[in-house]
Design a protein around this ligand. Structure first.
Ligand SMILES: Nc1nc2c(ncn2[C@@H]2O[C@H](COP(=O)(O)OP(=O)(O)OP(=O)(O)O)[C@@H](O)[C@H]2O)c(=O)[nH]1
Length: 342
């Protein structure tokens, strides 16, 4: 029997920096041949496309599989299992498998799937790595408003008091073997130490926390944790352990056809207005700009927007111009569309 292939699960909220971390890993894989399974919320495969563009021989386009049928925690049986089996049946099996969950996925059901008989004999979960968006943490995105929670508790002891964002965050850090506190470049040193002190008390004792910017970490630190996470799921509490009907209905997404744009700056101003008015959590996509040969990538996390040209459009390629917009379930799609396209 050959040795089990290690698999690393990379989780973390929308826009925390999972794809950036994986991109750095591909480019610095220390000789390991990697296979990637990329799961996204929203019907536009942005992360997979960006990673395929890396063009690294340790992780070619064929080594990257995109799962875009919803969050991986809900589609493990239909999507994840056949995908991993396909990877395992390859003649040139990878040295390491990386699974990027969508930013809204609960990692535990995925880790549990590695315990299935047909998988566990061949693969082990080397580690669950949870990426935290440093500025979002500092700004309290994952914290409930303590006053509001207290008032609610007093009103009804039986209510579920946690916000969807807080619950997700708890699940993602409770399942971790390693925490990557990312976007350190956007924080003061004192903000990082405050966060580290707060988070330490919430982590399982053996869990290490590292700070980084743009996910630039040595592959030897990230890979080879040897956690065998599928064997100690009981030590990784989840608020959703008993919730079979977890459907992500706290969040929703839609794809907006933007059409060819003439000015990125004009679009950015409109997006800023839409984000401020409608509380969008994440925007990303590809844009065609008039008279430009290159594709524009747009990334928005909270109110922070970034855009850059990544590559030339191929001559036979459709110049798509689409954004996926993700928000909480009550976001007003019509109002957002009007603000962006109007
Ligand atoms: N300033 C700064 N920006 C970062 C850092 N890491 C990632 N970003 C930016 O944050 C945005 C989101 O990064 P991604 O790596 O796509 O995040 P993700 O977690 O894969 O996002 P989803 O898959 O959509 O959940 C991009 O615009 C990145 O360039 C960082 O350390 N510092």
């Amino acid at each position: 029997m050959s040795e089990k292939i290690p698999a690393t699960v990379i989780t973390g909220f929308l826009g925390a920096g999972k794809t950036s971390l994986i991109r750095h890993l591909i480019e610095n894989s220390d000789g390991r041949k990697l296979a990637l399974i990329i799961n996204e919320f929203g019907d536009l495969g942005v992360d997979g496309d960006l990673l395929k563009g890396c063009g690294n021989e340790n992780c070619t386009e064929e080594d990257i599989v995109e799962l875009a049928n919803g969050c991986i925690c809900c589609t493990v049986a239909d999507d994840f299992l056949p995908t991993i089996q396909k990877i395992l049946s390859r003649k040139d099996r990878p040295d390491h498998i990386i699974v990027e969950t969508s930013g809204l996925a609960l990692p535990k059901p995925l880790v549990r799937a590695f315990g299935w008989p047909e998988v566990r004999t061949q693969v082990t979960v080397d580690g669950v790595v949870t990426v935290i968006d440093g500025p979002a943490y500092r700004d309290g995105l994952f914290a409930a408003n303590p006053d509001a929670v207290q008032a609610q508790r007093e009103a009804d002891e039986m209510l579920d008091h946690d916000s969807p964002l807080e619950e997700l965050f708890d699940d993602q850090i409770n399942c971790a073997d390693m925490i990557i506190f990312n976007k350190a470049d956007l924080l003061e040193e004192s903000e990082i130490s405050t966060a580290a002190a707060e988070l330490k008390g919430r982590l399982r004792p053996q869990v290490k926390m590292l700070q980084t910017s743009h996910g630039k970490l040595d592959a030897r630190i990230l890979l080879g944790l040897g956690a065998a996470a599928e064997d100690d799921l009981d030590t990784r509490p989840s608020v959703h352990d008993d919730a079979d009907d977890h459907e992500h209905d706290d969040f929703e997404s839609f794809v907006l056809e933007v059409g060819e744009i003439t000015s990125p700056d004009v679009l950015i101003s409109k997006l800023e207005a839409a984000i401020a008015a409608e509380g969008i959590l994440r925007v990303k996509g590809f844009l065609s700009v008039k008279d430009k040969d290159m594709r524009l990538v747009l990334q928005g996390v909270g109110n922070r927007l970034q855009h850059y040209f990544d590559r030339d459009w191929a001559t036979d390629e459709e110049r798509i111009s689409k954004l996926v917009i993700i928000g909480e379930h009550d976001m007003d799609q019509a109002a957002i569309t009007k603000l962006i396209l109007g």
